[in-house]
Design a protein around this ligand. Structure first.
Ligand code: FAD
Length: 477
């Protein structure tokens, strides 16, 4: 028997459910990754994600080869194609003559649709298709309320999730011990370079984001030394408080079982708080799987009655980080320059877009989706609907973040702001969160003219707050 493992958001050669099952069931196992034209064709020609994936795929190719040779195999690797997955997978499976294609499960509506088309095409050729849980600890219907329905509130979900967790759930799927079954790649099957995929290098190399399995390992080892401080430092963007592992979780260069296992076994307030965030990740995947309509619609239907403003100039100012609110502008600069934004800042800018500018959360969600290196449909949609108050277990609509107060609390000395807005370097601490309050003398001393060197605020928070309270009133009708 022979099998083909189709890699998607699981670019690693260890603790891998589909690879483990393939190697146990078949004598010869090939591995493939497709740069899917159905996804790539609509992207800008410089995209950090494509480059991140390309580096991860190149590393995986070499790692599979080394893994096979270590156990006396003939060498192996990753077949990397640039094609439409719906065509390429059935064709490759036929050419290789495999009995089965195996993959790890994806919960996004478009991926579910793609996989069912591939499974159908394979079935027509007499080839099987099997998929496995790999990217979350608990999926779909595994954690339900006592009444047998899906949760829509996080805390009871988390409690049920924790109650269900046993050592088994964080156990690795062994791959090494069957690695001699990895088959050599067909002759000439090289990983295409970035240019032949039609992409130019982005600034990924200049960022401090290490890529591939080795990059994930490096970040994890670094975070392991800081995990006990996580709870106290995670909300402060100027500090190195969080793990920065989200792109690796997104593309599977790290295993969720290893991370959850580490947090669970490590214990203490830091690790518990980090595990809680990993549970949020499972939660949003579960929500997306049960409620695919959240892609484009409010989780709570009443909130689709909210009428958002059509304000392209304000939206553009938000995207470019020119709102006049330093915490918002610094956060958007971080996103635009690095593809990352700290979680606290994601909450602040999402709240600002929806509740200060009155702009539809779907526009912000789309902007994040094109710029975030860790873009994940489930988490991004969940985060945006939380901030816009339209989601399950969301921020109540009448609780509106004050961007200045948030800035004072979470970047008290303006260190993060100054890092991304160097033009504010000389602004005294007492004005750093609201520089428009500086009088002429202070502006001269800070060498900053508001409205010239840095924008005046594009909206008055107090006025916007009242408008938002009125706007959301329709949800009560
Ligand atoms: P850590 O604090 O180290 O957390 C560890 C991991 O837990 C993260 O890597 C992530 O996988 C998971 N996690 C943490 N917080 C959340 C959360 N609130 N929801 C779901 N999973 C979480 N996360 C994404 O991975 N992709 C997105 O596209 C995304 N979009 C977001 C949009 C908005 C508006 C908001 C408010 C949050 C969004 N998040 C998203 C969640 C969170 O901001 C990021 O996961 C986090 O900032 C990544 O940094 P980290 O890996 O250092 O996180």
């Amino acid at each position: 028997r022979s099998a083909l493992v189709w890699f998607r958001r699981d670019l690693r050669n260890f603790d891998h459910a589909a690879l483990h099952h393939a190697l146990r069931q078949a004598e010869r196992v090939w591995c493939v990754f497709i740069f899917d034209r159905d996804i790539l064709d609509s992207l800008p020609r410089q995209d950090r994600r494509v480059e991140f994936i390309w580096q991860a795929a190149s590393e995986l190719d070499a790692a599979l080869d080394a893994q096979s040779r270590r156990v006396g195999g003939q060498g192996s690797g990753l077949i990397v194609l640039h094609d439409r997955a719906v065509d390429a997978i059935p064709r490759l499976a036929r050419e290789l003559g495999v009995d089965q294609v195996l993959a790890n499960r994806d919960y996004e509506p478009a991926a579910i649709e793609r996989d069912s088309r591939v499974a159908q095409a394979l079935a027509e050729q007499g080839i099987g298709f099997a998929d496995y849980k790999d990217q979350v600890i608990f999926e779909r219907d595994e954690v339900l309320t006592q009444g047998g329905t899906p949760f829509s509130v996080f805390t009871p979900y988390r409690n049920a999730w924790m109650k269900k967790l046993e050592a088994f759930h964080v156990l690795a799927y062994p791959v090494d011990k069957y690695a001699s079954r990895l088959a050599p790649k067909p002759a000439g099957a090289l990983v295409p370079d970035l240019a032949s995929l039609g992409f130019e290098p982005s600034n990924l190399a200049e960022l401090k984001m290490p890529t591939g399995m080795s990059g994930a390992r490096q970040l994890l080892e670094d975070f392991r030394r800081r995990i006990d401080r996580y709870k106290r430092s995670r909300d402060f963007p100027a500090l190195k408080g969080v793990s920065y592992l989200s792109p690796h979780l997104r593309f599977g260069t790290v295993s969720i079982r290893e991370l959850a296992g580490l947090a669970w076994q490590h214990g203490g307030e830091g690790a518990e708080s980090w595990l809680n965030e990993l549970v949020w990740r499972d939660f949003y995947h579960m929500i997306l799987w049960h409620h695919p309509r959240v892609v484009g619609q409010a989780f709570k239907p009443a909130f689709d009655k909210v009428r958002w403003d059509d304000a392209p100039a304000l939206f553009e100012a938000w995207c470019a980080g020119r709102t006049g609110y330093p915490i918002v502008d610094a956060a958007m600069a971080q996103l635009n320059q690095t593809g990352f934004m700290h979680n606290r800042l994601r909450m602040i800018v999402a709240s600002f877009l929806t509740k200060d500018l009155g702009i539809d959360w779907r526009l912000g969600e789309r902007y994040f989706a094109t710029h975030l290196l860790d873009f994940d449909l489930a988490a991004n949609n969940g985060g945006w609907q939380w901030a816009a108050s339209t989601g399950c277990d969301a921020q109540p609509w009448f609780r509106i973040f004050n961007p200045v107060t948030q800035s004072e609390r979470f970047d008290p000395d303006g260190r993060f702001i100054r890092r991304y807005l160097p033009q504010l370097a000389r602004v005294p601490d007492k004005f750093i969160h609201a520089p428009w309050k500086m009088g002429g003398i202070d502006q001269s001393a800070a060498q900053l003219k508001i409205g010239v060197d840095y924008p005046a605020p594009i909206v008055d928070h107090a006025v916007a707050r009242e408008r938002t309270l009125n706007r959301f009133g329709v949800t009560k009708e």
